[in-house]
Design a protein around this ligand. Structure first.
Ligand SMILES: NC(=O)c1ccc[n+]([C@@H]2O[C@H](COP(=O)([O-])OP(=O)(O)OC[C@H]3O[C@@H](n4cnc5c(N)ncnc54)[C@H](O)[C@@H]3O)[C@@H](O)[C@H]2O)c1
Ligand SMILES: O=c1ccn([C@@H]2O[C@H](COP(=O)(O)OP(=O)(O)O[C@H]3O[C@H](CO)[C@H](O)[C@H](O)[C@H]3O)[C@@H](O)[C@H]2O)c(=O)[nH]1
Length: 328
């Protein structure tokens, strides 16, 4: 039996594919390659195409014995979603609609879904526990919450079981250095800061220093991408054993401000990394810190890389070895 990984050529998807294969799982990847990289999924059964291509999904579900889906494929930039909400609803909500419809038609009962901390919006308290109110502050988070709700209603109707993983900020790279983060254009904080250290950018902009935080910059919970990968594996295992849907936060449980992240990158790279204060980015909440206790307790998940310095070191090793990402 195989696992279909949508968006498996992307950043988190490719690290999860690597992890799943290491555990002996059979994997089939579907990715449009609009953002992903074929080199990130070498020696893996691969289909280039869209999750809303229903004939292609029929072909994949017919050709392979797919027992479960891990669903990463999405548009996922907070700022861009504020500018292009229609594109976000089309790719994320309508795309997932087709995927789930075809899963139901082909009798595939298990899905692990990439949700996000952005479903919570501006939480009243930290750390965030799963029972807190969801109230997204941007269209990206709204589309992910809409998908969580779609999955919830598909359980009583069609017996579809789901695990929604609300990740906080994915960072780092495969510690062995085989794959890493390469978004084009890059918008995420840590790779941008490392591109400054590599001399590819003159400075990093700090989006807002007037938030209600100690140093005025936004606070996020950075989680190593391989710890995310192991959580997907454990979620699927638990789902198949218990036949019970659930929602889990995935973060370390510690927050770092933008300024603190830049300081850690300075220590790791030995580069001065010039930074400039810039206006706030639309849709950004001030503080997002996870309580990962439910995932630790129920999935027996033990994050391996809990120090930001270690996470940044793995990212830096990848960037130094691949200054132009996957492009030759
Ligand atoms: N990076 C983070 O910190 C973070 C945090 C929370 C949640 N997430 C979620 O995790 C998932 C993966 O994020 P990522 O950072 O790896 O993003 P990514 O852009 O690197 O990967 C997404 C992949 O999906 C593919 N894709 C997009 N739309 C598609 C479609 N309609 N059909 C087929 N393929 C499609 C892209 O080509 C890309 O390879 C996303 O769902 C994202 O919303 C990411
Ligand atoms: O050049 C930059 C880039 C980012 N930031 C700041 O750094 C923090 C982290 O930003 P990222 O773009 O790296 O990540 P986000 O927190 O915006 O988004 C991540 O977490 C979200 C959940 O909140 C979503 O799930 C999204 O997919 C995922 O990339 C934010 O405060 C952002 O304003 C800067 O100051 N300068």
């Amino acid at each position: 039996m195989a696992i279909l990984v949508t968006g498996g050529a992307g950043y988190i998807g490719s690290h999860t594919v690597l992890y799943l294969k290491d555990q002996g799982e059979e994997v089939v990847v579907l990715d449009s390659l609009e953002k992903g990289h074929l080199d990130a999924v070498q020696n893996t059964t691969f289909y280039q195409g869209f999750i809303h291509d229903e004939p292609l999904l029929d072909q994949i579900f017919t050709n392979h014995q797919i027992e479960s889906v891990i669903h990463f494929a999405a548009s996922s930039l907070v700022g861009e979603s504020v500018e292009k909400p229609l594109e976000y609803y089309q790719n994320n909500v309508l795309g997932t609609f087709s995927l789930v419809k075809k899963m139901v038609e082909h009798g595939v009962k298990n899905i692990v879904f990439s949700s996000t901390a952005a479903t919570y919006g501006e939480p009243d308290n930290t750390p965030i526990v799963e029972s807190m109110m969801t109230n997204p502050t941007n269209p990206y988070g709204e589309t992910k919450l809409a998908i969580e709700k779609l999955l919830k209603w598909c359980e009583p109707a069609y017996g579809l079981k789901s695990v929604c993983l609300r990740y906080f900020n994915a960072a780092g790279a495969d510690p062995k250095g085989t794959i890493g983060e390469d978004h084009q254009p890059e918008s995420h904080l840590i790779p941008i800061v490392l591109q400054v250290a590599l001399g590819q950018r003159e400075h990093v902009s700090i989006f807002g220093d007037d938030y209600d935080t100690e140093d005025g910059s936004c606070i996020r919970d950075y989680i190593h991408v391989m710890d995310l990968a192991s959580a997907h594996y454990l979620s699927l295992k638990k789902l198949k054993e218990s036949n019970k849907s659930n929602i889990y936060n995935l973060g370390i449980g510690n927050g770092f401000s933008v300024k603190e992240v830049i300081d850690v990158c300075r220590q790791v790279t030995g580069h001065e990394i010039p930074a400039q204060i810039a206006p706030r980015r639309a849709g950004d909440p001030a503080v997002l810190i996870a309580s990962p206790e439910r995932a630790k307790k129920e999935l027996n998940w033990k994050p391996e890389y809990t120090h930001l310095r270690e996470i940044v070191t793995h990212a830096w090793n990848w960037h130094v070895a691949h200054p132009n990402g996957y492009s030759k």
